[in-house]
Ligand binder design. Sequence first.
Ligand code: HEC
Ligand code: HEC
Length: 631
Amino acid sequence: MIGSNATRIRTLALKSAPLLALLALLAGVRALPAPPDQPRTTPKKDHDRDFSDQPHRSPIALAVSADGARILVANQTSGSTTLIDAKSARVLDEIKTGDRPAGVAISRDGLRGVVAHWYGGDVAILTLKGDKLAVTGRTAVGPEPRGVAMTPDGKTAYVTVGVANEVVRVDLETRKVTGRLTVGREPRGIALSTDGSRLLIGNARGQSVSILDARAWKVVKTLEIDGDNLRQVAISADGKQGYIANMKNRRFPTTRGNIDLGWVLGQRLTRVDLAGPDNFDTLSLDTQGKAASDAHGVAVSGDGRIIAVSCGGTHEVMFFRTDLKRLPWRSNSSRDLISPELLHKDGRYQRLTLGGRPTEIVFGPDSRTLYVANYLADAVQVVDAESARLIETIPLGGPRALSLARRGEILFHAAERSFNQWYSCNTCHSDGHTNGLDFDTLNDGWQDLSTFHQKSRKKVPTLRRVTKTGPWTWHGWQTSLDDAMVESFTKSMQGPRASSDDVKALIAYLDTLDYPPNPYLEKDGGLSLAASRGRAVYRSPKAACNTCHGGPETTDGKIHEVGLEIPQDRYQGYNPPSLRGLYDKDPYLHDGRSKTLRETLTGDHSADKVTGLGELSKEELDDLIAYLMTL
Ligand code: HEC
Ligand code: HEC
């Protein structure tokens, strides 16, 4: 447990080791040499300690104070928050704040910060005093918070809570939750208009954005935007427009032809009118032959002239200039590929390769300096958006050499490992989990690709604990995880074959993926009364869930025909999926046909359908679901 007198990890601005790692990333991820040993001086003081043996920081989000002097950075894998002095581009302080920081905000005066912890389920309230950071409070907000915004006066925070599908309001003075509003599925990105009146929320798995009146504290509307994997959102300084970085699932099988036409999936910049009609506009980001992948960050300059989008999979930022000539927005739909007029090199559109995995981005007050959290480079990068040039890389610290698992993590996020760099493993298995969508990755033996087969599509399975839940694929025909990796590269990604080193590295990374703490267990880690009754139902002869979903991973590793087979499939029967973390695996069953657990267990996978011994009573089902939520 991390308390307010948190452990301090002071870092020396030692630039060489992470920079070398970054250069290696820029050079491509196939062969990553360990950086050579650096000459070192003996550390004199505690804060001069060499951090070469310290954890990867993996910055995922950042915030800049209104005067542009201070930057706060949320470091996902080190559980810490870093304070940077923007002028000298130096790390001033770093403290442990909680389990998997995911979002961060800073008050206008630069004296207070808030960081949301994805696995920790809370926000830490930070005080900035001179060059020092301290945790001065903590508020539990609910399961899997990721995005956070703060009112200009620094008194209130708004937090998106992914599993609860809620936006939570926190009074930062009393440290109490003062309101909860339900939005769409898995809210992540959040932005507050400069005047503090409007909130824009990106529902990552909801194909929608929610617009909230922050003062009246109500949802004004939820807009369908026909996009998936919604990440960062931003609001223009005049408060009129909202911007979203997102993907779009186009639903065609993963053949090279489909991929290159933009028919499997593509990246989008989406724009919504915060006060106007219920329209949305898009710019497609993919160039044929050199696509964009994993649109993640979005930022608008204060003067509205530049919109920046970061793409984690293709290691770049893109700039769109609004002051030169109208941008070719497409209304209420999107193009397969980028508009050809943007390729005319009239300055309206530029790409800048940064290496690593650029995630959230934010403009400084001068409307041209863009700060980029670069997760895989363990650094914050400073970019001049006006000239589209990298100015500086501020290393946050990390180990000297890349571990096997980190090399696997780099591969997992690398779009150049797919055909014409259209996507990465992370596009579908978002953060090692699932984006809740279904795809036809040519994995189930359907041979006829001339027509569009809805039925051959499979829901993206989570990869949490996947190294322990063989056999693999929904049908369970794949008995070797090594072979499964090779297939993921050649079939799902249509990219180059993976070497045995790649496979080892990826599996080492997959081995690190685990579920967040379960929010439905009692405080002592036990079951509620309803859940204990549900456990008895689970093991009863009538339901017999434990016969197939048994053992430590809730799967028996065998193949069962449970009435969901399709005659055209080469493989019949399915491998019972692990039921761990079920509350966040919706939609359910191999093709995602059931939206909720109740629908699954009263519909195509009811007790009677699997045991033939009759249906459960309403009470039995309620208890069973209460139990399933705790797995
Ligand atoms: C276009 C989306 C997509 C991409 C990209 C993708 N996958 Fe998958 N993945 C799927 C789907 C869909 C399945 C289920 C396939 C099936 O069961 O037939 C799957 C299955 C898997 C499985 C088996 C999981 C289990 O529990 O049985 C593993 C492991 C896996 N993918 C890893 C990867 C890796 C590693 C990459 C990158 C090299 C990758 N995937 C890229 C969609 C994708
Ligand atoms: C005869 C073996 C068997 C029994 C008994 C059984 N299941 Fe399943 N279960 C499966 C198989 C196989 C699948 C995958 C089927 C598919 O997705 O088409 C599955 C899928 C599921 C899913 C969907 C998981 C996901 O990630 O989409 C849930 C939930 C589930 N089972 C719960 C239960 C519960 C609760 C019971 C007891 C009432 C139960 N199962 C009994 C074999 C079984």
